[in-house]
Design a protein around this ligand. Structure first.
Ligand SMILES: [Zn+2]
Length: 229
């Protein structure tokens, strides 16, 4: 309900951000000073996260291991310029939540423990188009094994023993970054920095595109999990 009210109050900023799940749907913008990379790709070109289903807008998933605000900036729905399943001018749905936070804001891991799955355009020296998604970091949440306590005990009390954590299949993707500060396969924890917000890819103002993907249903609405952790 809050979300809908805020939406009505917001001016239409028409933030053309990313094209997650709709690769190729948006015409390339003419970037000057491109450093020689193709505007359609980028160094470290990655595997785009899937789209979802707009029937799932506003749905909270009990098995979603992600929660909390994804950037070190005061949580506020007024920062949202584009919600899950808001529609692009070409008619395609938006599969994440866009937060208009200043360039250089720190993006944060939003789950207890995760493994870095992709750092697309890891060389922060270069601009990055990447189908419009720009430079991005994607993490997969890890969850405790069923017999976690016994597992930790069998590892001399090491709560971080790799054996005691399994990959959940749940992904969080942070797009349009200025820079990334993590690397592939790195383990990160809640509140740890992953990089800094920017304006890379198809973006007309510094913002973060935050997207959550369930292994069962594809992209889900991040909004229900973004407060309260
Ligand atoms: Zn977006």
């Amino acid at each position: 309900m809050t979300k809908r009210l805020v939406l009505l109050a917001l001016p239409l900023l028409a933030c053309l951000c990313c094209v997650a799940g709709t690769v190729g749907a948006i015409a390339p913008i003419n970037h000057s000073g491109w450093y020689g990379y193709s505007p359609d790709y980028g160094p470290g070109d990655g595997e785009p996260p899937e789209g979802g289903n707009c029937d799932n807008a506003g749905v909270a998933y009990p098995d979603n291991p992600f929660g909390g605000w994804p950037v070190d900036y005061e949580p506020e729905w007024g920062l949202v310029t584009f919600y899950y399943c808001n529609i692009y001018p070409d008619g395609s749905p938006h599969w994440g939540v866009d937060l208009a936070v200043p360039e250089g804001s720190t993006i944060l891991a939003t789950t207890d423990r995760a493994i870095v799955r992709q750092v697309v355009c890891p060389d922060n020296e270069y601009d990055c188009w990447n189908y419009g998604m720009g430079r991005y970091v994607q993490i997969e949440a890890q969850i405790r094994v069923d017999d976690y306590d016994a597992c930790v005990e069998s590892h001399a009390g090491d709560t971080e023993a790799d054996d005691c954590w399994i990959n959940s299949g749940w992904l969080a993707t942070y797009m349009h970054l200025e820079s990334a500060t993590v690397s592939d396969s790195q383990i990160v924890h809640r509140g740890e920095a992953l990089g800094f917000t920017g304006n890379s890819g198809n973006s007309n103002g510094a913002h973060l595109h935050y997207q959550l993907n369930s292994p069962a249903v594809g992209a889900v609405d991040p909004a229900p999990s973004m407060f309260g952790e």
